[in-house]
Ligand binder design. Structure first.
Ligand code: C2E
Ligand code: MG
Ligand code: MG
Ligand code: MG
Length: 284
């Protein structure tokens, strides 16, 4: 009989249940092993300035090199990693790897553009983020201005008192701070005044309804106006069509990221993308 889950609940053993439990355990062991061995890979998605079309930076997105399943995307393991307390270790790996790669590109003569990494609420809660970021920068020899950190509204809300201090300290290092998936989290905008945020990334769910949905267009336009009056840069996520790009440009959005430009690319392909798309002046 399974674990007692209250008097009225009796769960009989079934092979299916055991199968599931075993699978979860195996999955956890594999993920722990991946964390210990660094069995991950970062893919880089270009972000463009909407007015000039020039490269503005890359977002680094993690993939798990799963021993049986090939490259696994984060939506399939980030939630699980959070539940098992493993996400901060993954973030730590991604942070160091992204800084290392950004510096390597710079050394190879590619444009010195920022790389953005996603940090979870657990990273802020469980670890000394400021120290980790500062060590990652020093270790890679990367200028802090070439690192952006993306965090969600819920991370800001969940993680309690230490987050504001950490954000101010990160800002003091020179790191850029972006709110990811903006518009989907808690609706209080008070935090935009309190925290030293540089950038808002408008969630894909608003962008995918453009250009035909007038409500989505009104929301996106309002975010751009509000953001600009607070001196924030605005990035549109998940731009897939030319019509979306044109509307965003007309609205005055600063940057875009999405399949229209490119899917996230493995490192060598991102490098190839830069050599194909970057104006010689943007290359050093
Ligand atoms: P995100 O930070 O909002 O990243 C954008 C996601 O949208 C990426 O999914 C990207 O591949 C996808 N995307 C980009 N352009 C388009 C588009 O035009 N259309 C569509 N349909 N999708 C697009 P991905 O790589 O699967 O990552 C999913 C999420 O996993 C990320 O969302 C981020 O929240 C999280 N994540 C990724 N890497 C890390 C990491 O190193 N640490 C943490 N804590 N989270 C990460
Ligand atoms: Mg992100
Ligand atoms: Mg996002
Ligand atoms: Mg997301």
């Amino acid at each position: 009989m399974a674990k007692n889950r209250g008097r009225s609940f009796v769960q009989f053993y079934t092979p299916a249940l055991e199968g599931r439990a075993t699978r979860m355990l195996m999955q956890e062991q594999l993920l722990r092993q991946a964390v210990e061995r660094g069995e991950f890979e970062l893919h880089y998605q270009p972000q463009l300035h909407l007015d000039s079309g020039e490269l503005a930076g890359f977002e680094a997105l993690v993939r798990w090199k799963h021993p049986h399943r090939g490259l696994v995307h984060p939506d399939e393991f980030i939630g699980f990693a959070e539940n098992r307390g493993l996400i901060a270790a993954i973030d730590h790996w991604a942070l160091r790897e992204a800084c290392r790669q950004a510096r390597a590109w710079q050394d190879a003569g590619y444009p010195a553009v920022p790389v953005a990494v996603n940090l979870s609420a657990q990273e802020f809660r469980q670890r000394d983020v400021v120290q980790e970021v500062s060590q990652a920068l020093t270790h890679a020899g990367l200028d802090a201005r070439l690192l952006h950190i993306e965090l969600t509204e819920s991370t800001l809300m969940q993680s309690g008192g230490q987050v504001p201090d950490a954000l101010h300290a990160l800002k003091a290092l020179g790191v850029g701070l972006a709110i990811d998936d903006f518009g989907t989290g808690y609706s209080s905008l008070a935090y935009l005044r309190k925290h030293p945020i540089d950038r808002l990334k408008i969630d894909r769910s608003f962008i995918c309804d453009l250009p035909h949905n007038p409500d989505a267009a009104a929301i996106v336009s309002a975010i751009v106006q509000m953001g600009h009056s607070l001196h924030l840069e605005i990035v549109a996520e998940g731009v897939e069509t030319l019509a979306q790009r044109e509307l965003l440009q007309n609205i005055g959005c600063d940057m875009m990221q999405g399949f229209l430009v490119s899917a996230p690319l493995p490192c060598e392909q991102a490098q190839h993308w830069m050599s194909q798309h970057c104006h010689p002046l943007q290359r050093q």
